[in-house]
Write a protein that binds this ligand. Structure first.
Ligand code: FRU
Length: 494
């Protein structure tokens, strides 16, 4: 029952994917088998493997009619490609199989839930509705009653063309639920997160408007996720058309984490605190899964619609990467992130320096590379005489460098990838307010060829950015304006 369009895509992936050398890709961040990748989809655990699907256009390195690419892993770091799972081959999804999620069913099958996009020519409208497909972890059959949540299920006043990205979960009583992004019709068309319920995962009913955008956080809210964590409830979403707010939110497409309480009787989410999910440059459409050991793990598209740079592919036949999967927790009403602990087993070649004095520029023997982890702690030499600025430069040679710099008197950490291979004039810098506990700045930097992820403190903030720097630029330097003391530990990864 596999349709021509899917067979064609699978065949193309197989042939064209093979021609992409492993060295031209990130080592442990998932990139597309071939072509374009955006949002993570269907992040889940099924029959002993982690599954990660992704928005994919195999045929080119630009966004076009969406398929679902597919990969599996046993440790969340070493991914193997599987044949594409979904192609836009039905009338109800002919314009694309948009983002969605996955869940194992009690009968042993795997359920995929996604947005089918279709054109209604009579009204000149693009319609989005929720669909399902069921399979065995390799092949999936679209349900004959699709779409299972059509626009007729929308509460009054919601747009039919912005209704997408269902995230499904199952409660302990066996009932199924999903949240989907929606938008009020008309201007300004603010986002709303809708909650649906189902006894079996197949027949669905609208339950409530779980939470709405009051206009503070952009307009449409895409890619929602909703879960309990450490005694709180969390709503994640990706707002479009954001206005900036201090250093927390930037213009354009952003990510939002709302921390609060779920009123189960009213089916309403009441949030108390808000934060950006990532303070860097390239991070969008995060999705989480509950691992068998109880960890809540998040992955996101390590890109942003505002910072896509097709020129950055430099002839490469792939575009887009996922972030490192991150373990989530909530402390004092704040979302914390840490790289999945599986990464610890991938460390090798430890090089460490303790109590190193820095004033001016310093290069350290053995600290270099592009697939590595660096733990860095920086403090003032004398507490009463703080340094003015401390920088660490990486992916560096005579032409290139990416810089993280910290100004303690402003509590601002900045990532700057101006000199990191881009030939385009979009955003290359971003700053975050960070609190350096006891005057000590603690960073954990993960490099994987074409990206940098910076975990700040105990993971209370993360800054993520893609770099396009030639792989030959591997150097590090440490620069203090004033007098600083640092500890550095480097591990190669893999
Ligand atoms: C977010 C998004 C989703 C949509 C998908 C289409 O990046 O716009 O809302 O389902 O991308 O590829």
């Amino acid at each position: 029952m596999i349709n021509q369009k899917l067979l064609f895509a699978r065949d193309y992936e197989k042939k064209a994917g093979k021609k992409i050398g492993d060295e031209s890709r990130p080592k442990f961040h998932l990139s597309p088998c071939v072509g374009w990748m955006n949002d993570p989809n269907g992040f889940s655990f099924y029959q002993g493997e982690y599954h990660l699907f992704y928005q994919s256009n195999p045929y080119d390195t630009v966004w076009d009619t969406m398929h679902w690419g597919h990969a599996v892993s046993r440790d969340l770091l070493r991914w193997n490609y599987l044949p594409a799972a979904l192609a836009p081959d039905e009338a109800y999804d002919a314009e694309g199989c948009f983002s969605g999620s996955a869940l194992p069913l009690a009968d042993g099958r795997q359920l995929l839930m996604y947005t089918g996009v279709r054109r209604e020519e009579e009204r000149g409208e693009t319609i989005q509705a929720q669909c399902i497909a069921v399979g065995d972890g390799r092949n999936y059959r679209k349900y004959e009653k699709n779409p299972i949540i059509d626009t007729s299920a929308l509460p009054e006043g919601m747009s039919r063309s912005d209704f997408r990205d269902p995230k499904i979960w199952q409660e302990e009583d066996g009932s199924f639920h999903c949240v989907a992004g929606a938008r009020r019709s008309g201007q300004p068309g603010l986002g709303a997160i809708l909650l649906f319920g189902s006894p079996d995962g197949f027949s669905w009913k609208f339950e409530s408007v779980l939470v709405e955008n009051d206009g503070r956080f952009g307009r449409m809210w895409e890619c929602p996720d909703f879960f309990a964590l450490d005694g709180k409830h969390i709503l994640l979403c990706s707002p479009q058309d954001m206005l900036p707010e201090g250093l927390e939110y930037h213009n354009g497409n952003g990510t939002l984490c709302l921390v609060g309480e779920y009123d189960k009787a009213e089916k309403k989410f009441r949030w108390e605190k808000h934060q950006a999910v990532d303070g860097g440059i390239d991070f969008y459409a995060p999705q989480t899964m509950l691992a068998p050991d109880g960890r809540r793990i998040m992955i996101a598209w390590m890109q942003n619609w505002e910072t896509c740079d097709q020129n950055g592919t430099d002839g490469k036949k792939w575009f887009g990467q996922m972030t490192l999967p991150r373990e989530l927790s909530v402390k004092n009403g704040r979302l914390y992130q840490q790289p999945v602990r599986e990464l610890l087993a991938c460390r090798s070649n430890k090089v460490e320096y303790h109590g190193i004095f820095v004033s001016g520029e310093l290069v350290l023997n053995g600290i270099e590379g592009r697939v590595l982890e660096l733990e860095l702690t920086v403090r003032a030499k004398e507490a009463e005489n703080p340094y003015r600025k401390f920088s660490v430069c990486f992916a560096q040679d005579n032409t290139y460098r990416t810089t993280l710099s910290y100004r303690p008197h402003e509590s601002v950490l900045k990532i700057d990838r101006t000199y990191s291979g881009s030939r385009r004039a979009y955003v290359h810098q971003r700053s975050s307010l960070v609190s350096a506990g006891n005057g000590e700045l603690k960073l954990r930097l993960i490099l994987d060829r074409f990206s940098a992820e910076v975990f700040i403190g105990d993971g209370e903030q993360v800054m993520t950015a893609v770099i396009m720097t030639d792989l030959s630029a591997k150097g590090f330097s440490f620069i203090a304006d004033g007098e600083a003391v640092m500890d550095v530990i480097k591990y190669d990864l893999f």
